[in-house]
Design a binder for this molecule. Structure first.
Ligand code: C2E
Ligand code: MG
Ligand code: MG
Length: 808
């Protein structure tokens, strides 16, 4: 069962309430007990006082009674009839009877127990049998009126009596009259009236039995009370507590002076009053006090609950606040209203913490969703936004463009990171306005990473997307001007500006045509972009045939198989000229497909696809065989021609590659040295570890290795140095722009220098002009390849040309 908070001792509120209530209870109980004690003492004192007064009153009543009876008795002694009766005692025979009559009459009138006459000769006249003993006792008492509140009590035959001895004169003494008075209950009534004390009087023996007991009302069980009272330990006549019929009493046992008192029998009075009664009023008061106390405790409890809540309430709300923070809600402020300085301070500290965390979170989000270099959204943000649009109730069609800069890597390597960064920033600035109407909200531009950007065009189809892509490429035609910080700190020196040509390849994927998952769309657009780059097509819209698993691709694959089987492939050679001697001792093998319907198909149209499907391995076999054959043929003709063959990523990962090549070489009687194997930078970077192993195996088998398309991948020369290569081919894209573009010039020149420093021969491909050729020769480039020297041509044609030149 769940306790309320103010009862739960594990909670602050419960602790406070419990402690305070406990303290209050202790104090209240102590004071209650003290008051109770005081009330009891007070009551006992009051009763004892009353018992004392009652004892006095008892004596007073008895002595007064004696005084009154004395006056009445003198009436008898002076009565003529009585005196005459005494006189006739001896003369008349009926004299004694007459006297006794008179005595009895008197006794009756005054409610005496007996009246007796004793003449001068000590002759006794009385009717009562008790008379002789009573008279004997009375003789021991003084004659006449009782003085000094004498009580003249006597136990006569165990009966308590008050005795009077009155002289009779006529006028000389004629005898004495003795009166004995029993103690009547009504005598005791005033005591009860005046002091509210009960009195019982009687003769008590040593066993605690009472005789001749007198009490105003003579209640039941009196004898029992008297017995138990007389059995009390003898403590003089001090008052003590008694129990009687379930009542608490306070009683006092006193012995009265009486003739005839003995060890075994004495005249005693028990005085008592009800302690219960005495305490009833103060008890009622105490009860009221108790109620008051309880009410106080209840009030106190309420008060302490209230105080505890005032204290724990804000702490609770701070706890809830902290829980909200924990759950990631940094927007709701602390809502603790309190005037407790410490708690308010804590709340302020919490609030400061919340604001701090919120700021921090915003910064982190900024890092997480924004690209710091260009200020554009990053990949995560881009994907989130695209997903938002695609998951709308009625999503507009979408075109997703992925743009990758061509040759960014060497720019970064040769010009330095700082310029590379600035180049990316400038590209971002160029891209934004090129997106056309719609603005950045509708047409979202993001940097996916490195030199890759993505654009999301809302509501665009392929046609529209192609227009925007062309606009973008157009925007990049104009060379970029990068300010180079001068090495000297001289502020007056104008800053050095570097002109750099950039170009890009763009791939486009469409939603919902190609997919509706942002990640998938990006992958498809990237594939299209890759192809665009390889084919130098600028822009390509994704087609299912680009996907190796699509039916269109499967069709193309079977066509390619047929091409190999039906001998539709042709080996073309493009000569490589020694730039120092202008001699041609090498050529690159480039495959062509003589398609029965489509005519001559360039490798860009099927090689990327063949690479994806793995079919490229068969192609490579074919090319290697053709190249070996022609190399051997050239030797036979006395031409020392080394033929370069392009290897793809798949070939590099093929563990059997070396064995296969060696088989072909044996078949064609060709030496390893007559071939050169070209590996593209990107092929190496796909799996550097295995590429390195293959390269080492090929190198130790005596093959010359060359790095193709250097500058298009992301490898650094430092890494390539580990490879056992002898040659480096600068990608044609740098060579094309070299004459006009200073950036390209710098790259080509520094690459030549670096490669030479690493002991590599440098080949420049894509030489289309004489100017480029001259510059490259000047910079010490070893070999050149390009349309300006010669276009790729059928192998036989090149051999014939070379033979002719040799002979000519
Ligand atoms: P690559 O290995 O860089 O080959 C050079 C490409 O540049 C060739 O295109 C060549 O015709 C072209 N080229 C040479 N000089 C110039 C010039 O002055 N201007 C211009 N605009 N282009 C020039 P091609 O023959 O279309 O081959 C394209 C790519 O296809 C090759 O680039 C290579 O990566 C691949 N390839 C071609 N044949 C084979 C092959 O047998 N096996 C493999 N794996 N790939 C091949
Ligand atoms: Mg090549
Ligand atoms: Mg190349």
């Amino acid at each position: 069962m769940k306790l309320p908070a103010f009862l739960d001792a594990r909670r602050l509120e419960g602790r406070i309430v419990r402690l305070f209530l406990l303290l209050l209870l202790v104090v209240q109980t102590a004071s209650f007990l003290l008051v109770q004690r005081a009330i009891e003492n007070q009551a006992i004192n009051a009763i004892d006082q009353r018992l004392k007064s009652a004892a006095v009153i008892l004596r007073d009543v008895l002595s007064r009674r004696l005084a009154v009876e004395y006056i009445k008795s003198t009436v008898l002694t002076k009565d003529f009839g009585f005196i005459e009766a005494v006189g006739l005692l001896h003369s008349d025979e009926a004299g004694p009877a007459t006297l006794i009559d008179a005595l009895d009459n008197q006794a009756q009138r005054s409610r005496a127990r007996l009246a007796a006459f004793v003449d001068l000769q000590q002759q006794l006249y009385a009717s009562e049998a008790l008379a002789p003993k009573a008279v004997a006792a009375a003789m021991a008492l003084p004659e006449g009126e009782a003085k000094d509140a004498e009580l003249r009590l006597a136990l006569v035959d165990g009966e308590p009596l008050q005795l009077l001895r009155v002289p009779a004169r006529a006028p000389g003494p004629i005898g004495q009259v003795v009166f004995a008075y029993a103690i009547h209950p009504e005598l005791l009534v005033p005591i009860k009236q005046y002091s509210n004390v009960d009195v019982a009087l009687g003769a008590r023996n040593a066993q605690g039995q009472w005789r001749h007991t007198v009490h105003a009302e003579n209640p039941d069980g009196l004898a029992e009370l008297l017995r138990s009272a007389s059995m009390m330990a003898p403590q003089g006549d001090a008052a003590r507590n008694l129990e009687w019929q379930g009542h608490a009493l306070r009683g006092r046992l006193i012995d009265l002076p009486a003739l005839g008192n003995s060890e075994s029998l004495r005249l005693s009075a028990l005085l008592w009053a009800s302690l219960d009664e005495e305490m009833a009023q103060p008890r009622a008061l105490q009860l009221r006090l108790l109620f008051l106390n309880l009410a106080g405790i209840a009030l106190f409890a309420l008060g302490s609950v209230f105080t505890a809540r005032r204290l724990s309430g804000p702490i609770q709300s701070l706890r809830r606040f902290a829980e909200r923070l924990g759950a990631g809600d940094y927007d709701s402020p602390v809502q603790t209203r309190t005037n407790l300085a410490e708690v308010a301070g804590l709340a302020r500290a919490f609030e400061a913490m919340r604001l701090g965390i919120r700021k921090h979170k915003a910064e982190i989000e900024n890092y997480a969703y924004w690209d710091r270099l260009t200020g554009l959204p990053n990949r995560a943000k881009f994907i989130a936004r695209v997903r938002e649009h695609l998951s709308a109730e009625k999503p507009l069609p979408l075109a997703l463009l992925v743009l990758n800069l061509d040759r960014f890597k060497p720019v970064n390597d040769a010009l330095g990171r700082e310029l590379g960064d600035r180049l990316l920033q400038q590209v971002a600035l160029r891209l934004q306005p090129a997106l056309g109407p719609g603005g950045p909200e509708l047409n979202l531009l993001a940097r996916l990473g490195g030199d890759e950007f993505a654009i999301c065009l809302h509501g665009a189809d392929a046609e529209k997307a192609l227009i925007v892509a062309q606009q973008i490429l157009q925007a990049l035609v104009e060379p970029l001007h990068l300010e180079r910080r001068s090495a000297s700190r001289d502020a007056d020196r104008p800053q050095d500006t570097l002109t750099v040509d950039v170009s890009a390849s763009i791939g486009i994927a469409l939603a919902p045509d190609h997919g509706s998952e942002p990640d998938d769309l990006i992958t498809l657009a990237e594939r299209a972009m890759d192809l665009a780059k390889r084919r130098q097509a600028g822009v390509l819209v994704f087609e299912p045939s680009m996907d190796a698993r699509s039916p269109a691709s499967l069709g193309l694959l079977s066509e390619l198989r047929r091409a190999v089987d039906e001998d539709e492939l042709r080996l073309f050679l493009q000569p490589k000229q020694d730039l120092r001697t202008q001699q041609v001792h090498a050529a690159e093998a480039l495959v062509r497909w003589q398609h029965p319907q489509r005519g001559m198909v360039p490798p860009g149209a099927f090689i990327p696809f063949a690479e994806e499907t793995g079919f490229v391995r068969q192609l490579t076999q074919w090319v290697l065989r053709a190249a070996s054959r022609h190399a051997a043929e050239a030797r036979r003709q006395g031409l020392p021609l080394r033929i370069s063959v392009n290897l793809s990523t798949r070939d590099l990962l093929d563990a059997e590659l070396l064995v296969k090549i060696q088989t072909i070489l044996r078949d064609e009687a060709c030496e390893p040295d007559w071939l050169c194997l070209e590996i593209t930078e990107s092929a190496i970077m796909d799996d550097p570890q295995r590429a390195l192993a293959t390269a080492r195996a090929l190198s130790s088998a005596g093959f010359r290795l060359s790095i193709d398309d250097f500058g298009t991948g992301y490898s650094s020369l430092a890494y390539l140095k580990q490879l056992p290569v002898q040659e480096l081919k600068i990608d044609q894209s740098f060579v094309f722009g070299m004459v006009e573009d200073e950036g390209d010039r710098t790259i080509v020149r520094s690459t030549i220098e670096l490669a030479h420093n690493l002991g590599l021969a440098v080949v420049a491909e894509g030489i289309e002009t004489e100017a480029a050729l001259t510059l490259l020769a000047q910079w010490g480039c070893d070999e050149g390849q390009g349309y300006f020297i010669a276009r790729p041509m059928p192998a036989e044609q090149l051999l014939a040309q070379l033979q002719k030149a040799r002979q000519g």
